[in-house]
Design a protein. Structure first.
Length: 111
């Protein structure tokens, strides 16, 4: 039986975009309903709220590849170690279970 998570992995970008849209709307509403009255700043558009979110992420959150060492999430090293410790038969079972994903890093480096 195939893992249902592998079937829906294409939905991850959709959820990220939806989360970003909702969070931008929250910033937009809070800015226009609170800061305008309290601090007397100008109102902003939805796209300016999205820009403020991106700017805040850059200034205060950093970039995601910083946490994981070499360009990846912090748990990537554990997964790669586990993948390298698997036998070729186990790797093939994982590929069949997940519809051909992940690609073999050794074959990728050969091309």
């Amino acid at each position: 039986m195939k893992n249902p998570c592998c079937k829906f992995r294409f939905l991850i970008p959709v959820f990220i975009i939806a989360f970003l849209a909702v969070f931008s709307l929250a910033v937009y509403e809070l800015w226009n309903n609170v800061l305008v009255d309290v601090l007397g700043v100008k109102t902003i558009t939805y796209w300016q709220a999205l820009g403020i979110l991106v700017l805040a992420r850059i200034l205060f959150g950093g970039f995601p590849f910083k946490r994981g060492g070499h360009f990846g999430p912090p748990w990537r090293h554990k997964i790669m170690e586990h993948w390298e410790s698997m036998t070729p038969e186990q790797r093939e079972q994982v590929r069949q279970h997940c519809g051909g994903w992940p690609n073999d890093p050794e074959k990728k480096s050969e091309t």
